[in-house]
Design a protein around this ligand. Structure first.
Ligand code: ATP
Ligand code: MG
Length: 152
């Protein structure tokens, strides 16, 4: 399985990288974000939103599970931290198969419900403001996307 690594040294760099990804996203794209508390999942989503042309401020949807924003494409921002391991059908497919882009914080908690193809992004603390990002594309669409945004 192919993996791509990117080190960023500031919040601004995270926002910039995520925004570049956001510019390339298409309807039905699903991004799964993994990483400890404060690793930068919500920050990453803010960058993505900018790349999708969303002007509204992104805030953590922890208590609402999903928040919806209008941009070039709709963005469905989920934070499933409070769901624990759920095997119930909570209707996520409507978002994944919908007309927009879905970003999920703590995505592994709903692993059985995730689509077959998606882009995993793992965020790791490397210090105060440095983060390591590992991109793991599942499926051709996401492999191409990674090739486009990771310069080599
Ligand atoms: P939670 O698990 O609580 O949802 P999170 O993974 O969504 O956390 P954020 O809410 O994005 O994390 O918080 C990241 C914190 O780390 C912010 O306070 C941010 O300022 C700080 N930070 C420092 N450097 C970076 C960086 N390079 N990228 C992202 N965030 C950074
Ligand atoms: Mg968060």
């Amino acid at each position: 399985m192919k993996r791509y690594e990117r080190i960023v040294c500031s919040v601004e760099e995270t926002l910039e990288f995520a925004s570049q990804l956001g510019e390339k996203l298409k309807e039905n794209d699903v991004i799964a974000l993994e990483g400890d508390l404060g690793a930068g999942k919500t920050t990453f989503t803010k960058g993505l939103a900018k790349g999708l042309g969303i002007k509204r401020t992104i805030s953590s949807p922890t208590f609402t599970i999903v928040k919806e924003y209008k941009g070039r494409l709709p963005l469905y921002h989920m934070d499933v931290y409070r769901l624990e391991n759920t095997f119930e059908d909570l209707g996520f497919d409507e978002y994944f198969d919908g007309d927009g882009v879905t970003v999920i914080e703590w995505a592994h908690l709903i692993k059985p419900q995730l689509p077959d193809e998606l882009l995993w992004i793992y965020l790791y603390h490397q210090g105060e403001s440095e983060r390591k990002m590992i991109l793991e594309p599942i499926g051709k669409r996401y492999e191409q996307l990674c090739e486009e945004i990771i310069e080599r």
